[in-house]
Ligand binder design. Sequence first.
Ligand code: AMP
Length: 320
Amino acid sequence: MNDSTYREILIGGSIALDDVQTPQDSQQNLLGGSASYAGLAAQFFSQKVALLGIVGKDFPQEYLELFASRGLCIDGVERSEEKTFRWSGQYHANLNKRTTLSVCSDVLESWKVKVPQALRQSGVICLANMAPSNQKDMLQACQHREKWVIADTMDLWIDTARDALLEVLKETDIFVLNESEARMLSGEYHLLEAGKRLLDYGSSYLIIKLGEYGSLLFGSQGELFRIHAYPLANIVDPTGAGDTFLGGLAGSLSLEETLTFGAVVRGALRGSVLASFTCEDFSVRRLEQSSILDMEERLDDLHAMSCWPLDLSKGEKTSL
Ligand code: AMP
């Protein structure tokens, strides 16, 4: 494989225009989509990240230039004559819940995934949120991948394309979904039970995202770990936080030689911190302006906040 065309991470998903309403503000035509957030997050760890997706003729050139300026390869981003996938959402008062107001997905519905030959042997394959049939096609084309498969999904696909999603999970190493989706797919309310059930679908590792509360990580050998989200004083727009988490995880894993539970924990911590940047402004604005040093600073803070300040076995007094 020609080293200059080899990609350490290939990310497939939606590339969208978002209209977002929060209790404070409302913004239109924002760069959105699962692959956009994941790609920009993965790029913190590797200069060899490629995007796979489709946009319409209305997709602003400046957004393609933004990807290119961050070093993302867009050879796998197709241009269609239809309109770009557009998602419109409104957040409730506490920003924890949102309602999808409208979705215009013509371009995604007719999309036949085409993976350029040069991208088929990529390292980490990241199936960001898109129809499971598209995820399957992407996997099929990447049979000679060098590392691991990470997959995300959403309630819509659990509802409408469950069988295809289960097929994807048979080939997935790390499966990521949120709390309500985990309950929905597993049929179990209790997350520990849900985790066990979901691992039976085939992945070696599972991450259940808990929004502002962090995430729960499971391994098929019984491993369990809980990580906290980075606490934020001012959340502007949480859209894309999950996708950013996924891309950060993929990026971090591209640095690993072997897939272990420790590698997944490291990736989830990095993904979690990157997701905190995404929440601090609309679209990818804050993420785009953040550096590796910013990420490392927050990782150190999160580490300090997550460690117990006393030794319980000695019954020491603490100043806290
Ligand atoms: P998140 O906040 O992490 O759940 O992701 C929000 C992003 O997902 C937005 O930028 C949307 O454009 C994108 N999105 C919403 N619905 C879909 C869908 N059905 N398929 C793919 N991407 C979607």
